[in-house]
Design a protein around this ligand. Structure first.
Ligand code: 2IP
Ligand code: CA
Length: 391
């Protein structure tokens, strides 16, 4: 098996524990409450708590990977650029205490979670022997995707046929590994720290998904039946030999951002009818495709980044799908047999600066089946108003 992927699963669970602790442990939860109060933001602490949770999760991932695979930490990139490195629990307390304005209890609680060990293994992963050379790997980390939902912390949002439009279920920890020479995603972990809540104890349980696609080996985590996690049946996936007409009569389904353009929504509703879902979080929306809750995640804007998409892209590749540049998909002639314009992860966008260097500039479309995607694109392009995506 891939030792790196096993370690990534392990650190993602550590990260999920930190994310859960900040909401469930009273001393830490109080800090989140402070964070929510408008106007008081950033005044009380040296850094705001949201940023602290984000930075801490990212640094824990980095530190743990460095300990097991020295050198790899230099190739871990993410949204947060702050440094927070510490191997000893007492030193972590001290450091946290500084940024938390001397709040000893909160610092100790947080340091304990940071240094606590976790066990997360998967027999499917253990059964496979695969070695990937470390020097070709780069890693994109999104320590807490959907930070807005994380801070808001809604626990009682109802799902729409299994898809949560908002709420803690939309929060994910994303770790994607890619080849630094080709930009192709190879391994991905999506940890959903708040997947289900025990109504007696009110404690959250997480769920972790992974995938590996390397030199002809394609494996991914066993998918738990969706009904177990959020009370809904999974969509029946289309078989590969379904005719286009039959596929259309079945109606495709898609999950989109709440900020999607009107022209895109109008064309989509012609193709998907009522099977369009809105949801928060780029990571969560991709997870809905992985889980089979929807056929596609479509986003026409340029506000997702490499750290938002790499993990899910690797899992979808392992499942036989992928994640392509949406604008390029619309511009290309459908069903030409040519390769799809897959997103790549190793190159900065030319002529940009700051985070925009790593934006998925042409938007994205995530899918599980290429055949299904080709049929969908044909229909979608026909249904797009002449003004297209430029309005
Ligand atoms: C965000 C987050 C948002 C998403 C945006 C991401 O990352 O996933 O929810 O917007 O693209 O960059 P939307 O929900 O409209 O898809 P973060 O929460 O880490 O800033
Ligand atoms: Ca994000």
């Amino acid at each position: 098996m891939s030792a790196i992927l096993r370690e990534l699963l392990h650190v993602s669970e550590k990260a999920a524990n930190i994310a859960r602790a900040c909401r469930q442990q009273e001393a830490l939860f109080q800090l989140l409450i402070e964070e929510k109060k408008e106007g008081e933001k950033n005044k009380k602490f040296t850094v705001d708590f949201k940023t602290l949770a984000d930075v801490l999760v990212q640094e824990v991932i980095k530190q743990n990977m460095q300990n097991k695979f020295p050198g790899l930490e230099k190739k871990i990139f993410g949204e947060e650029s702050n440094e927070f490195t510490n191997d000893l629990e007492e030193e972590t307390v001290e450091l946290l205490s500084k940024v938390l304005n001397g709040n000893k209890l909160a610092s100790e609680t947080l340091a304990k979670v940071v240094h606590q060990d976790v066990a997360l293994t998967d027999p499917t992963l253990d059964s496979i022997e695969i070695t990937i050379p470390q020097d070709v790997l780069g890693i994109w980390v999104d320590p807490i995707d959907s930070t807005y939902q994380y801070i808001k912390g809604s626990a009682d949002t109802e799902s729409n046929q299994g898809v949560f439009p908002s709420g803690l279920q939309c929060v994910t920890i994303l770790i994607g590994v890619y080849n630094i020479q080709t930009g192709v995603p190879l391994m991905g972990v999506i940890n959903q720290p708040f997947a289900t809540r025990d109504l007696n104890t009110l404690r959250w349980k997480g769920q972790c998904y992974w995938g590996l696609s390397y030199m002809g080996t394609n494996i991914y985590s066993h998918q738990p039946p969706i009904s177990q996690t959020n009370g809904s049946e999974p969509r029946s996936p289309l078989t590969e030999n379904t005719s286009p007409e039959a596929e259309f009569s079945h109606h495709f389904s898609a999950v989109i951002s709440t900020s999607e353009k009107e022209t895109i929504k109008a064309a989509l509703s012609r193709v998907c009818a009522d099977r369009i879902f809105r949801a928060a979080g780029a990571g969560y929306k991709s997870l809905c495709v992985v889980q089979g809750l929807v056929d596609f995640y479509i986003f026409s804007e340029d506000t997702t980044f490499k750290w938002d998409s790499c993990a899910a892209h690797a899992i979808l590749r392992a499942m036989g799908g992928g994640m392509a540049d949406f604008k390029e998909c619309l511009a290309r002639k459908p069903a030409t047999g040519l390769d799809l314009p897959q997103l790549v992860y190793h190159m900065e966008n030319e002529g940009t600066s700051g985070v925009d260097r790593w934006a998925n500039r042409g938007g994205l479309i995530a899918y599980r089946s290429r055949k299904q995607l080709e049929t969908f694109l044909g229909l979608f392009i026909q249904n797009l108003a002449p003004a297209g995506i430029h309005t």
